[in-house]
Design a protein around this ligand. Structure first.
Ligand code: ARG
Length: 465
């Protein structure tokens, strides 16, 4: 970053003294908004094309602008472009560079436009591209979950409520629950893209412009669905960024819950899964350690993403219409959220296919903890005992099991009959873990058959996303 001290050519006309050095630094955004450079060029080219169509630029001038920007783009991509703090932001840096390259024609580019509609346009174009990348990564993670769920459709594990063994479930069913959470997030992302994809360009500073501009043309050139309806709203609306950050916070909440379970299950105490070594790290003091750093970091990064959402909400609260310099503060939280979400999705999408289930230990754990107690209660109901009474009967059987350290399925028929004489030999069909999960065979149930149907439906839906 050069600190070359130019008077800002773009607005210096009415000023009698140079900007204070600290103020220049304090108000500049180029250190972070240079990230928008390629989208700024994209917006400028559409604007120049439109100005040409209404004879405010000649075809030759348009050609010079295109050539100038193509050179600038190459310099940016090569990392040789020189950014100047004194030129404040990405927009004025690029305009100054263009003018330096093609002379006076560059000064015509800003006709009928303001940095206010320019920055709003850039940010929407940039976010739209990022949304598309995030959508791809999210799909990759969703697919990985579906693949694993299919493989594990009949693997039995304990299902928990209050982190206490509740009922047996299939591992595939649990994985598909994660899929559903992410699928709702994906829906929110697509919704957010729809509202992001509107063009502020042409709103100019706030009130529109006196030139006979063609806003539909620039919107179409930039791939926006339509121009925004109201110029004041167009330059001041940052809902799309807030909406993206809300999507991101909910997504990270989900990824954090997923991570928490992976961390628990990977512990020696649970021993349900093995995370591959390449996704873990060791301890410098305890040689036995293999730490699940990747899910731990995903869980931890949820904090900053939530913080960014609150930053944006607070930024916009009470702002009078239309543009205020406050809005320059919209970028860093949004950039950070996008980068964090992309990294977390990538880490999990790479890791999930490599998760190894410890089926034996999952099943053994389900066997402890009386996971089929509800099945026994339901069995008694089928034998004409009222549910509240059957609940009481099974409660007593569980207390007995605890005292002699036996699961319900390990008791003999006569032991079980101490609690109710209606119990017959067929009870063992419902007391086995396999029988228990297979019996929950309805839409959304944990039966292996339903899990396979769910994975099939998910695949079909993913094809459509
Ligand atoms: N750097 C500014 C931003 O990010 C660009 C818009 C400046 N507009 C203005 N009227 N000062 O918001």
């Amino acid at each position: 970053m050069s600190n070359k001290k130019d008077t800002n050519q773009a607005w210096g006309g009415r000023f009698n003294e140079a900007t204070d050095d600290f103020v220049a630094k304090f108000t500049a955004s180029v250190e972070f908004d240079q990230k928008l450079a390629l989208h700024d060029i994209q917006g400028s080219l559409a604007h120049a094309e439109m100005l040409t169509s209404i004879d405010l630029l000649s075809p030759e001038e348009l050609a010079a602008i295109k050539k100038g920007f193509s050179d600038i783009r190459m310099e940016i991509e090569a990392g040789t472009f020189e950014w100047h703090l004194a030129l404040e932001d990405v927009h004025m840096n690029l305009e100054a560079a263009l003018t330096e390259k093609i002379g006076g024609i560059g000064k015509k580019l800003h006709t009928g436009r303001s940095r206010n509609d320019q920055v709003a346009t850039d940010l929407r174009l940039w976010l739209r591209d990022e949304i598309d990348l995030i959508s791809k990564e999210l799909s990759r993670l969703q697919r990985a979950l579906v693949d694993l769920a299919e493989k594990e459709s009949a693997t039995i594990m304990p299902g928990f409520t209050h982190l206490q063994t509740a009922q047996p479930i299939t591992f595939g069913h649990h994985l598909m629950a994660w899929f559903e959470m992410l699928d709702r997030d994906h829906g929110r992302l697509i919704d957010c893209r729809r509202r992001t994809n509107h063009s502020p360009l042409g709103a100019a500073a706030l009130a529109g412009t006196t030139y006979p501009i063609n806003r539909k043309m620039t919107a179409t050139l930039l791939g926006f669905d339509e121009p925004m309806n109201n110029s004041l709203d167009a330059v001041s609306d940052r809902d799309f960024a807030i909406e993206f950050c809300s999507f991101a916070s909910i997504l990270m909440t989900h990824l954090s819950r997923v991570s928490e379970e992976l961390i628990l299950w990977n512990s020696a105490q649970f021993n349900f899964i093995d995370l591959p070594d390449r996704f873990c790290t060791g301890s410098s003091i305890m040689p036995q350690k293999k730490n699940p750093d990747v899910p731990e970091l995903v869980r931890g990064k949820t904090g900053r993403v939530n913080g960014n959402l609150i930053a944006l909400l607070t930024l916009m609260k009470s702002q009078p219409l239309a543009y205020n310099k406050d809005n320059q503060e919209d970028k860093e939280p949004l950039f950070d959220t996008v980068a964090t979400v992309k990294d977390c999705l990538r880490a999990l999408a790479n890791m999930v296919p490599a998760i190894k289930s410890n089926q034996k230990s999952m099943t053994e754990s389900a066997r402890r903890g009386f996971a089929t107690a509800t099945d026994l209660a339901d069995y008694l109901v089928r034998k004409n005992i009222a549910f509240r009474d059957s609940h009481e009967i099974v409660g007593k059987a569980v207390a007995y099991g605890l005292s002699i350290n036996k699961d319900l399925s390990e008791m003999s028929l006569s032991e079980l009959q101490q609690f109710s004489t209606v119990i017959e030999a067929d009870v063992f069909n419902v007391l086995t873990l396999e029988g228990s999960v297979a019996a929950r065979n309805h839409i959304g149930g944990t039966a292996p058959k339903q899990v396979r149907l769910a994975t099939k439906a998910a695949r079909k839906k993913m094809g459509a996303i």
